[in-house]
Design a protein around this ligand. Structure first.
Ligand code: AQP
Length: 324
């Protein structure tokens, strides 16, 4: 299968990105043709600091590699290195109704959050994402729950293009984890964990053991002391149980049994230990890549030239179909 997926270099990659998305990539990489992108053009649709964007791109690449994605087997590259993404996005804009973009949940949420800075790029974000996906004739897009709507729109744009200009694009579909598709904020467990939120709301993959202990200890829990999964009535402990289950590979039922009669504090201590152990490779490798940034530059340049070849083939078909 042809797989495409990406993460924005818009902050520190967190546990939600890792458990819901990067772990899917690790499962998919051996048997599929995978393209993993660092989607920097998406990250600039909200206010950002140009001085640190390159550093953030490198950090995301370091996380992809540390997690275990093979740069030989997969194509790993930065979106802005392949100009065809913007060319296709422009062309797809011409067949995308504005109403479809205005009803996107992410647009509504982000435009409310950045009320003084709602740029056209934020509205057109899903069209650029459709271009990212369709350029590579993608069949499957592993994402978190929040991006499902954008993948569905990409599919609809592809269907509309094919109907109007002839069969050109593969129709993509989202791949979403049954458990952990939406990891919630540690301090407001009814909200999604988000890169651009305050540090105490999320666990970053490079967090130190001290930071992890502190964040988990102060994570919002619910009334009572029972370790029970019930996202409606106990969103805090349910989120922590989900995280534990994904890291320990134990079912939530097994965890409920294991922690019967124990209190939130004991559970949180065990979860912090588990996180510290699981994230150790990220902390260790970070300094290795920082000492030798040329490794990452080389991998991204190689990935970009492999991606560009596929993107150019698709664009030839698209231009021909559209009479350009
Ligand atoms: N909390 C989450 N739980 C599960 N999956 C998540 N994803 C993001 N947050 C969670 C998934 O991670 C992938 C990459 O996300 P993104 O970088 O494209 O942007 P995002 O969805 O907007 O993520 P953030 O963390 O909330 O970033 P900011 O704050 O910059 O907007 C996607 O597949 C996403 O579903």
């Amino acid at each position: 299968m042809k797989i495409f997926s990406g993460i924005q270099p818009s902050g520190e990659i967190h546990l939600g990105n890792y458990l819901a998305v990067i772990k899917q990539w690790l499962d998919l990489q051996s048997k599929n043709d995978c393209i993993f992108c660092i989607v920097d053009w998406h990250a600039i649709t909200v206010p950002y600091d140009p001085k640190i964007l390159q550093q953030k791109i490198k950090e995301v690449a370091a996380i992809y590699l540390t997690a275990g994605l093979s740069p030989k087997k997969n194509i790993i590259f930065t979106q802005s290195a392949v100009k065809e993404h913007t060319e296709l996005a422009w062309l797809l804009n011409t067949i995308t109704p504005i109403g479809d973009l205005q009803r996107m949940t992410q647009f509504k949420e982000k435009s409310a959050k950045h009320i003084k800075n709602v740029c056209a790029g934020l509205l057109n974000y899903p069209v650029l994402m459709a271009a990212d996906i369709l350029l590579y004739q993608t069949e499957v897009v592993p994402v978190g729950q929040d991006q499902k709507q954008h993948v569905e729109l990409a599919r609809e744009i592809a269907r509309r293009f094919n109907a109007r200009f002839g069969d050109t694009f593969t129709l993509p579909q989202a791949r979403i984890m049954k458990i952990g598709a939406k990891i919630m904020s540690l301090t407001e467990p009814t909200k999604k964990m988000s890169k651009s939120d305050k540090p105490e709301t999320c666990i970053g993959l490079f967090d130190t053991p001290e930071q992890i202990k502190k964040k988990i200890a102060s994570a919002t829990t619910d009334s009572g002391q029972e370790i029970k999964y019930n996202p409606n009535e106990k969103p805090g402990i349910s989120n922590l149980l989900t995280i534990h289950s994904l890291l320990s590979n134990k079912t939530i039922k097994d965890l409920e049994n294991e922690f019967t009669g124990q209190n939130y504090q004991t559970f949180k201590q065990k979860l912090a230990e588990l996180l510290i152990e699981n994230l150790e490779p990220f902390r260790n490798k970070k300094s290795e890549f920082e000492k030798n940034p040329a490794i990452i530059d080389k991998i991204l340049a190689n990935g970009a030239s492999r991606a560009e070849k596929i993107a150019q083939e698709t664009m030839e078909k698209v231009r021909l179909a559209m009479g350009l």
